[in-house]
Ligand binder design. Structure first.
Ligand code: GLN
Length: 285
């Protein structure tokens, strides 16, 4: 006879299993996974604790538990991640949007008011998190979102549709800013480029190692993309236009001088909620 388990039983078992695998929030993750399978909010799980699971539900939960216990990020299993309070589809094509990157967007929202009509670029858009949230919170902006692979742009376009901003985002395929260099000038350029030194990729947590190398690998010193972006941005920004870049720990010390050398002014370094220097901004003179 097939095994019968109630929701409470499967949650207890999953949470115990996740706990043994060292997950930080075993119970929460178990609830999110089960809720996803059943199409229920977490709160709704509690009122149905004694409901036995159907065999196919149990089977799917077992599969999710296996994947999560192997280190696959929760967001890939759920296919979903929130960024700037907006929902994004994610899968192994793209980096999972990170709360740290919200600082880059927040700063842009301080610079450009909701009534302005800036043209802004999200370079290396991945899931489209930066482009879509800029388009959402700056309802008169026009956004150009660039990335190097058509299948990545496809996912970003899905996310734009999902958030109802597809009409104001152009999705452009190409190497860095190359395809739009002759089109400027633009008011702002934002990017969260790959910035992890190649040699450190292996040492990162499994959560990070599951994510695409293309989105993470910043070359030998992690700084490969910054001078390229700064040079191209300088050519594309209008006078007084803004460049905002996310950086890894300590990298502002290398990126700041690059901006200065290129003549950018009002260079500022923003910290994230944990006090880490997280992004660097400059204005084209
Ligand atoms: N712009 C996307 C993000 O910030 C992807 C960045 C990347 O792939 N390096 O999440």
């Amino acid at each position: 006879m097939a095994e019968v388990l109630t929701m409470k039983e499967i949650l207890d078992l999953s949470a115990g299993h996740f706990n043994r695998h060292g997950l930080e929030h075993p119970r929460l993750e178990a609830e999110l996974l089960l809720g996803h399978i059943l199409g229920l909010e977490r709160i709704q799980l509690y009122v149905q604790f004694d409901r036995p699971l159907e065999e196919n539900e149990l089977e799917q939960m077992r599969e999710f538990i296996r994947r999560r216990a192997r280190g696959e990020p929760l967001a890939y299993i759920l296919g979903e991640k929130e960024f700037m309070s907006l929902p994004f589809h994610v899968d192994s094509r793209v980096l999972i949007p990170r709360p740290e990157t919200e600082h880059l967007v927040e700063r842009a929202l301080q610079i450009f008011g909701p009534n302005e009509e800036p043209t802004l670029i999200d370079l290396g858009t991945g899931s489209g998190s930066i482009a879509v949230s800029l388009a959402h919170y700056l309802p008169h902006s026009r956004i150009w979102a660039l990335d190097v692979r058509p299948d990545i742009l496809e996912l970003a376009r899905d996310n734009a549709r999902r958030n109802g901003v597809q009409d104001r985002i152009r999705f452009i395929l190409g190497d860095l800013l190359e395809p739009v260099l002759k089109e400027g000038p633009v008011d702002g350029i934002l990017s969260n480029p790959p910035y992890i030194p190649s040699g450190e990729l292996e040492k990162l947590s499994p959560e990070v190692r599951w994510q695409p190398r293309l989105a993470l690998d910043g070359g030998q010193d992690g700084l490969h993309f910054y001078p390229l972006i700064i040079n191209q941005a300088d050519a594309l920004l209008k006078e007084g236009g803004y460049l905002g870049l996310e950086t890894g720990t300590g990298q502002d010390q290398a990126v700041g001088p690059l901006l200065e050398k290129k003549g950018f002014r009002e260079i500022s370094i923003e910290k994230d909620y944990s006090g880490h220097k997280r992004c660097i901004w400059g204005r084209k003179s």
